[in-house]
Design a protein around this ligand. Structure first.
Ligand code: GRF
Length: 212
């Protein structure tokens, strides 16, 4: 299964995906990385691995509509089966969503539907929750609102800062995201926007995707 990974940041999830592929536990192939930021560390990771990388900068686009069109064109040119948002910090517009209906997933650093948006770990601290975690979900036109595929939980400790909580969450992201990609690749998770999404996993477990 060919995957394009969209990034904005340092790319630790991209690394986790690539390492799972290298280890033979994620049946995917990263055919491209697309960033909205020239300085994203993830781009260096892509270069180091020889993965084609593109930059589609919102600031260098005429407006958001043309940025959305350019983004959709770049991703489409890479011909992925699945698009993975791994720290991509922008809301997708119709052009990409329409070209890959139900075939775009995102990893978010909170237990959705709680704490969507850009500051999940800080919002969880502010909310006083004792458990947080990460969510992998199908992307729709909203902000972190699409159907949930899998979640993993972590404790919130009394002395946590947003950074320490986020670091604990990321350990789980790096386990969960490659597993979900693998489950999609082998057909264990069905991404069909027209029907209910049915992960073949045990929803009573905090880590809902089994070890590869
Ligand atoms: C992750 O915590 C992800 O949940 C959020 O952005 C962060 C990206 O981290 N959307 P990285 O760039 O993969 O290290």
């Amino acid at each position: 299964m060919d995957v394009v990974v969209l990034v904005s940041g340092r790319g630790s999830n991209l690394t986790a995906i690539c390492e799972a592929i290298d280890a033979g536990v994620c049946g995917a192939n990263v055919v491209g990385v697309v960033s909205d930021r020239k300085k994203a560390g993830a781009l260096e990771l892509a270069h180091a691995r020889g993965i084609p990388a593109r930059i589609v900068s919102l600031r260098k686009s005429d407006d958001r509509d043309s940025w959305n069109e350019s983004l959709a064109a770049e991703v489409t040119a890479l011909r992925p089966d699945l698009v993975v948002l791994a720290g991509f910090m922008r809301v997708l517009g119709a052009p990409l969503l329409e070209r890959f209906p139900g075939r775009i997933i995102n990893v978010h650093p909170a237990l959705l539907p709680s704490f969507p948006g850009h500051s999940g770990p800080q919002d969880a601290l502010d909310g006083g929750v004792r458990i947080s975690g990460c969510t992998v979900h199908i992307v729709d036109a909203g902000v972190d609102t699409g159907p949930i595929l899998a979640q993993a939980a972590v404790p919130v400790l009394t002395d946590d800062t947003a950074d320490t909580l986020h670091a604990r969450i990321q350990v789980q992201e790096h386990r969960l995201l490659p597993r979900v990609i693998h489950q999609i690749a082998i057909g264990a998770i069905t991404l069909d926007p027209l029907t209910v999404c049915t992960p073949v996993v045990d929803p009573t477990r905090s880590l809902t995707v089994p070890d590869a």
